[in-house]
Design a protein. Structure first.
Length: 649
């Protein structure tokens, strides 16, 4: 390779190319051309460098990308891989949720009181385990439920097993209580309810008939103080067994056989196919027809009368027209409906007139029969039932306790203060009409003060009272204005925006101004003014801080490739500017700062003199201009109370 000698005149531009450089040549970095990238350090704990390199390996640009380390401010963080807890916990605040699924179908959270696993999707919640699954208390020392792999399900109460599922069905440890009116135990046809270790007692229905089977060696006891056998509709009794009483047998709901303390009573005919006390009643019965008890062949009239008197009621067979001379039509019958044409007075004391169960007293509407002031009465008149009390009115009493009075003057008065109600919360009086309601009103609820529907009022509370509807259509951030005419609304600035701290600033426009001011001549005398103004030399300390441009320092001879310096001239400091003179570059320097701002005075003197002023005018003119002004901010944030507007329903 031919070597190139560089002359003292330098190297011509583009005279040396890469081809002239040996492959092992070492070129100082200072000889390389700048790439346009600013020298410096790029990247930090919060930014990473982004470097662009061209095909020659030169860095053409450098920038930085910030690293977002604020996970709280990042509203859409994403993971590039699995998130390891690294021995720490994942903490969720109240109502913050762990959400799973694209549609947020599964949510797990705590609302401050309760824990929730919410499945809002369309699928199932599946909990799978190759081993057992247990539900326990927070201390993990009590079971609530067990789900055993390849086994049963166990349910617990206070860590005591009460129910489990076994191969053949299920078992209950304790008793089974059916709660509510709709609780039933359903068994299909021929499924049996078996009771006893040997299943001695069985209850079932085979699809046609029902069975209660006792197949054991003991007895079947049905203990009760009163047992009844009834039809399926519970409308007819077939038999009943009463403790310390009778056994009754029925036919089609009619009692036919009853046991008594002395024997039995049969209602109707008794058909006997065998013997009674050794006698064939069916054969011998005809012999007894027409024979009465104690009958003799020679009864006298006295004996017959005595026997008649022993026969009671209709069984006597007697038909009497009068009794003690009074016609039978004048007597009231007790066995049929009857009418009394005269007054009846009962004097039997308490219970003198008693209305039996399932009976009542009825009054027929008629003319008013009058009443005295002290006699109480009840009468139906003018399609009203009149209940007339004594002079002191009517009293309502219950079980010996006085409750209410309707006084003789018509007042309805309770017998005890603040004790009894009219109506109830669930059954109310529809309307009440009063001239005056007394009391402080603290116990009145649901009273609307008679406001008509559509009435609008202001309330200092968040929600509208009962019977009113809060108006939220355009009532937020509004002020109130009192008017003498029609009520309306307006304005466009919110209350808290208008009444806030306001700065005082602006400008005033002014038109072009012109004119003149006339002034007459006058003389102004002046007394002698003492003092003099002399020449005064300022010291360095009294001059403002300043500096001067010094001489050249540091000469670069570009033509000869030489550097040199010039001795410090005028206490030079740092370069101000560089300029070129021919082939030499010169650096110009400032001197050091000097001077200060010390105070000083100027003396002056003068003789007495006067000034004369000739009459003259002062004209003035001006162009259109503005005057700007500003001031201290005015705080208009007045204190206020929030109110709502509600409309009566």
């Amino acid at each position: 390779m031919t070597l190139l000698k560089i002359s003292g005149d330098g190297i011509e531009d583009s005279a040396i190319t890469n081809a002239h450089l040996h492959s092992s040549a070492s070129i100082a970095a200072s000889k390389l051309a700048d790439t346009g990238v600013s020298a410096g350090s790029y990247g930090s704990g919060s930014a990473i460098p982004a470097i662009t390199v061209n095909a020659k390996g030169l860095i053409t640009s450098v920038s930085t990308n910030s690293i977002n380390t604020d996970l709280v401010a990042d509203t859409s963080p994403q993971l590039g891989g699995d998130l390891a807890s690294n021995g720490n916990d994942v903490v969720f605040a109240d109502n913050d949720k762990a959400i799973f699924g694209t549609g947020s179908d599964l949510q797990i959270y705590h609302n401050g009181n309760h824990n929730f696993i919410a499945d809002t999707g369309t699928g199932d919640i599946r909990i799978g385990a190759d081993t057992n699954i247990t539900l326990e208390n927070a201390a993990f020392n009590e079971y609530k439920a067990k789900f055993i792999t390849n086994g049963g399900v166990e349910l617990y109460f206070d860590n005591s097993k009460k129910f489990d599922v076994i191969t053949g069905g299920a078992r209950i440890f304790g008793y089974l209580s059916m709660q509510g009116s709709g609780g039933h135990v359903y068994l299909p046809d021929s499924a049996q309810l078996k009771i006893g270790n040997s299943e001695d007692l069985q209850i079932y229905h085979d699809g046609n008939n029902s069975f209660i089977t006792d197949s054991g060696t003991g007895r079947l006891f049905v203990p009760s103080s009163h047992i009844q056998f009834r039809n399926a509709a519970h409308t007819e009794t077939m038999a009943q067994f009463i403790e310390d009483g009778a056994v009754d047998l029925y036919f089609d709901g009619v009692q036919k056989f009853t046991t008594t303390s002395t024997g039995v009573t049969v209602t109707g005919n008794l058909a006997v196919t065998g013997t009674v006390d050794g006698r064939d009643v069916a054969t011998d019965g005809t012999k007894l027809d027409g024979i009465e008890s104690s009958a003799t062949a020679d009864q006298t009239a006295s004996e017959i009368l005595t026997l008649i008197k022993t026969v009671d009621g209709a069984g006597s067979g007697l038909d009497a027209d009068t009794l003690d001379g009074v016609s039978s039509t004048s007597f009231l019958r007790s066995d049929a409906a009857d009418t009394a044409s005269g007054d009846i007075t009962f004097s039997g004391g308490a219970g003198a007139a008693t209305i039996a169960a399932n009976s009542d007293i009825r009054f027929t509407n008629g003319d008013w029969t009058g009443n005295s002031g002290s006699t109480a009465k009840i009468q139906a008149h003018a399609n009203r039932l009149y209940i007339v009390g004594g002079t002191d009115g009517i009293r309502f009493r219950e079980d010996g306790t006085d409750r209410w009075d309707i006084e003789g003057g018509g007042h309805f008065i309770p017998k005890n203060d603040s004790t009894y109600d009219i109506g109830s919360n669930g059954t109310r009086v529809r309307n009440g009409y009063f001239d005056t309601l007394y009391g402080d009103g603290s116990n009145l609820t649901g009273v609307d003060a008679g406001f008509p529907s559509g009435t609008r009022m202001i309330f200092q509370q968040t929600s509208a009272p009962t019977g009113w509807t809060k108006d939220t259509s355009d009532t937020n951030q509004r002020a109130l204005r009192v008017v003498s005419g029609s009520a309306s609304s307006g304005g466009s600035v919110d209350f808290t925006t208008a009444f806030a701290s306001k700065g005082v600033a602006g400008s005033i426009a002014n038109a072009t101004q012109g004119g003149s001011i006339a002034n007459g001549g006058n003389n102004t005398n002046n007394a002698t003014a003492g003092g003099s103004v002399n020449n005064h030399t300022l010291s360095t300390g009294r001059m403002p801080s300043h500096r001067h441009i010094g001489g050249a320092k540091g000469i670069h001879d570009a033509a000869n490739g030489q550097y040199g310096t010039i001795s410090n001239v005028g206490n030079l400091e740092f370069p101000l500017v560089r300029y070129t003179n021919g082939n030499a570059n010169y650096d110009l320097y400032y001197t050091n700062y000097a001077g200060s701002s010390q105070a000083h005075n100027h003396g002056f003197s003068g003789s007495a003199h006067s000034h004369s002023i000739n009459a003259h005018n002062h004209s003035f003119s001006g162009s259109a201009h503005n005057h700007s002004f500003s001031g201290t901010a005015i705080n208009l944030a007045v204190r206020y109370l929030d109110v709502i507007i509600a409309q009566k329903d």
